[in-house]
Design a protein around this ligand. Structure first.
Ligand code: TYM
Length: 343
């Protein structure tokens, strides 16, 4: 390990990884891996906080690792590993549980979203505790920067609070990490509803473009994506206004804004340049080109993905776990000593 600052991030092996996960997280990791000592995790302990099928979990865990590799995470520069293969994550989570407060976890937006406004009937304790495990992931490695999409900022904030609380109570132990959220791609919205983020657990496949969708599927989904009233391709910076009685969009052009943002992220063009390209043209032309721009990224990406064998991915994951385990162990040993455990 080097003297570079450390970054840590992860993705759950559940549902279909989509272009929101890529633009909000992975694309930034690739840029950061030269500058930082990078650790990227497949967070399978998090994935079991909702009902799951063991065979699918195994498949998805390997798939996420392959996606990291195909997207450009270089195992020579970055460590890639599976969370459950480093048991220190669960152990530190337990210790942090004793300083985390019920009230702060009850405030977590993601928990409220997943439990329909906080109704906890039938919800596993693991889902409630999800952010504490995420804090353990981050704090275990002396992480300074956590590159994530905007939806994870609140969880990183909790990791900061827990680090400070622990340090205050037991003495300087954890580095207080910062979230790094890149402007472009920070929040890719659903294609079927631009008021909500694109989500792996969406019920309709028309909500997202999966990283494994073929070219025809991408065309079909973009064609079906909701658009706003009017026919001009204009980029509106107005925030979507939502009226309380009906959660539909009232003003601004949030659907088009989302599509233009996706176009911009994959093409390297600015929203203004994209607007200029479609003066006098309509949604049909714009959507055809958008599908092409996405496919220009997905097609070579999927070729690389298909070329990575299970064996190669497993080898990289095992080597990654070997590399990070000593760091995790050293930090956990220090924590155990500080709280008064006998070694
Ligand atoms: P997950 O799997 O839900 O999301 C993985 C990453 O994708 C980003 N993301 C998005 N970005 C832009 N637009 C979207 N529509 C969108 N949807 C998802 C998320 O912000 C995230 O960066 N809890 C984490 C996993 C985790 C983790 C960690 C991350 C566990 N431990 C430690 C960082 C550090 C999560 O949301 O995974």
């Amino acid at each position: 390990m080097t003297n570079k600052k450390r970054i840590f991030s992860g993705i759950q092996p559940s549902g279909n990884l989509h272009i929101g996960n890529y633009l909000g997280a992975i694309a930034n990791w690739i840029k950061l891996q030269d500058e930082f000592e990078s650790i990227f995790c497949v967070v399978d302990l998090h994935a079991i906080t909702v009902p799951q099928d063991p065979e699918t979990l195994r498949k998805k865990t390997l798939e996420i690792a392959k996606i990291y590799l195909a997207a450009g995470i270089d195992p020579k520069k970055s460590s890639i590993f599976i969370q459950s293969q480093v048991s220190e994550h669960a152990e530190l989570c337990w210790i942090l549980n004793t300083i985390a407060k019920m009230s702060e976890l009850e405030k977590m937006t993601q928990f409220k979203d997943k439990t329909q406004a906080g109704v906890s009937e039938g919800i596993g304790v693991g889902l409630f505790d999800y952010p504490v495990l995420m804090a353990a992931d981050i704090l275990l490695y002396g992480t300074e920067v956590v590159p994530v999409g905007e939806d994870q900022k609140q969880h990183v904030e909790l990791a900061r609070d827990l680090a400070k609380r622990f340090n205050h109570k037991f003495g300087e132990t954890f580095i207080v990490p910062k979230a790094f959220v890149k402007e472009e791609g920070m929040r890719v919205m659903g294609l079927d509803d631009p008021t909500k983020k694109m989500s792996k657990s969406a019920t309709s496949e028309y909500n997202y473009i999966s990283l494994t969708d073929d070219a025809e599927t991408v065309k079909r989904k973009i064609k079906k994506a909701v658009t706003d009233s009017g026919s001009e391709i204009v980029y509106s910076d107005d925030p979507p206004r939502v009226d309380e009685a009906s959660p539909r969009v009232e003003a601004g052009k949030p659907a088009l804004k989302n599509l233009i943002n996706i176009y911009a992220s994959f093409s390297g063009k600015t929203p203004k340049e994209i607007e200029a390209l479609y003066v006098g043209k309509g949604y049909g032309d714009f959507k055809n080109d958008l599908a092409e721009v996405i496919n220009n990224f997905l097609t070579p990406f999927q070729e690389k993905l298909a070329a990575i064998s299970d064996e190669d991915a497993l080898e990289i994951l095992r080597a990654g776990a070997e590399k990070v385990r000593p760091l995790a162990k050293a930090k956990l040993d220090d924590v155990k000593k500080k709280v008064g455990f006998i070694s």
